[in-house]
Write a protein that binds this ligand. Sequence first.
Ligand SMILES: *[C@@H]1O[C@H](CO)[C@@H](O)[C@H](O)[C@H]1NC(C)=O
Ligand SMILES: *[C@@H]1O[C@H](CO)[C@@H](O)[C@H](O)[C@H]1NC(C)=O
Ligand SMILES: *[C@@H]1O[C@H](CO)[C@@H](O)[C@H](O)[C@H]1NC(C)=O
Ligand SMILES: *[C@@H]1O[C@H](CO)[C@@H](O)[C@H](O)[C@H]1NC(C)=O
Ligand SMILES: *[C@@H]1O[C@H](CO)[C@@H](O)[C@H](O)[C@H]1NC(C)=O
Ligand SMILES: *[C@@H]1O[C@H](CO)[C@@H](O)[C@H](O)[C@H]1NC(C)=O
Ligand SMILES: *[C@@H]1O[C@H](CO)[C@@H](O)[C@H](O)[C@H]1NC(C)=O
Ligand SMILES: *[C@@H]1O[C@H](CO)[C@@H](O)[C@H](O)[C@H]1NC(C)=O
Length: 400
Amino acid sequence: MQLLKSIATGWFLGSSLGAASPATWQRSQVGVGDQPKVAPKVFIVSMFEPEAAAWWGIPEFDLLAHNITIPGASPIFPDVHCTVDYDVCQLITGEGEINAAITVSSIALSPFFDLTHTYFLIAGIAGINPKVGTISSVTFARYAVQVALQYEIDMRELPNNFSTGYFSQGSYGPGQYPSSIYGTEVFEVNAELRTLAVSFAQKANLSDTAVAQKYRSQYTMDGYEAATQAPSILECDVATSDVYYSGVLLSETFSNTTAVLTNGTGVYCTTAQEDNATLQALLRTSARNRTDFSRIIVMRTASDFDQPHPDESAYQNLRYADAGSFEPAIQNLYLAGIQVINGILDGWNATFAAGVTPSNYIGDIFGTLGGTPDFGPGRKQALEDAGAITKRSFVRGARL
Ligand SMILES: *[C@@H]1O[C@H](CO)[C@@H](O)[C@H](O)[C@H]1NC(C)=O
Ligand SMILES: *[C@@H]1O[C@H](CO)[C@@H](O)[C@H](O)[C@H]1NC(C)=O
Ligand SMILES: *[C@@H]1O[C@H](CO)[C@@H](O)[C@H](O)[C@H]1NC(C)=O
Ligand SMILES: *[C@@H]1O[C@H](CO)[C@@H](O)[C@H](O)[C@H]1NC(C)=O
Ligand SMILES: *[C@@H]1O[C@H](CO)[C@@H](O)[C@H](O)[C@H]1NC(C)=O
Ligand SMILES: *[C@@H]1O[C@H](CO)[C@@H](O)[C@H](O)[C@H]1NC(C)=O
Ligand SMILES: *[C@@H]1O[C@H](CO)[C@@H](O)[C@H](O)[C@H]1NC(C)=O
Ligand SMILES: *[C@@H]1O[C@H](CO)[C@@H](O)[C@H](O)[C@H]1NC(C)=O
């Protein structure tokens, strides 16, 4: 109790909550004993300022009505923002896997919140695979794959029969399933909830620009028809990598990695730097009933292509090309996301308070939340493999 109290007091340094919180709350007692906690219906997960600001000053609600400082949040974004009634809140993770993991863990474990019935809407921009979709589109993932958690050899030193420098840990070449499993490689979220989110998002009129229209029309190669279509709402999967890459070969490499890790069921379409970390934090807290892993929506809007068109290089695509889609991707977070949030709030009593029961497996590669993954080897095999590798590497005194 003493510990909780002193932490609770610490939260409110620099916070506006005191003035606006319900009169019955004692600052030092929020989250302690039977005091009420804040139980948002939707938590928007933004990664950096432009994604976050897309939700500020909108007519539907005022997210900046409460700013609550949370220990463990990013030093750049120390505050969670909430509406007057606390129905909708927003956290900003900071970019990359480490920032996402620590921010989301801190908020999920904060005694200030009751997140047991909260929907998490991950709402960020991303690169898109032009074989699957186009810039300015809005995607909803079922799988998140940590594609760069692999071995890597620079291509100049690569065995001459390797198609890429990346291959799974514990494996001996590209295309093989890893035998060294960390547990964060793959997450699967609620497919039924995704279907509902897509049906809400389809009410949005998406933003686009003339520059983006011209840019996407240059992806004239066979197999890239999806890139040249108008932006739309798509169901396809997200890759997580701290490495911000560009190029045909790395896109194909990580598309292959996604297929290997999801037993051929994942469709690699967007690339971002946080989602597996966010999902790992929510998985661990769901395993202890602090959050509900069946209430996660992974939405990514496409701000750029992950590889060049035929008249530019991978480097030009990464650093110089103006695809004209950064602004519409930011706007579409709000345009599609507000439909999802209103769908959840409007359907709260009828559907969302009780939750949407998934028909698919949800969770990680180990089966931490129960059930058996419908991708990958499952916990027993993964642990056996990991154990075998650890023992072997110890005996040999060599890295595997
Ligand atoms: C919350 O912080 C934002 C800046 O991030 C500020 O504009 C807003 O006024 C703050 N809200 C309150 C209630 O202090
Ligand atoms: C990351 O998360 C996604 C979706 O949540 C999952 O499909 C993917 O397999 C995860 N990747 C890794 C490497 O854990
Ligand atoms: C590359 O060639 C070596 C030697 O023939 C073989 O053992 C290995 O399996 C090959 N690796 C791949 C990834 O094809
Ligand atoms: C989308 O555009 C159509 C046609 O202009 C309009 O009827 C509809 O209300 C718009 N939807 C939204 C959500 O703004
Ligand atoms: C991706 O996998 C396919 C099929 O196994 C293979 O032909 C191709 O070379 C792989 N691409 C890369 C870049 O590794
Ligand atoms: C979480 O909740 C479920 C369902 O009510 C229960 O069976 C399980 O024991 C709880 N787990 C923990 C760690 O409290
Ligand atoms: C939902 O249920 C609550 C509590 O019973 C009630 O106060 C509220 O008016 C209901 N909302 C709607 C939209 O029906
Ligand atoms: C992987 O897919 C194959 C068929 O493509 C299936 O037979 C197998 O059971 C799947 N593995 C898992 C773990 O679901």
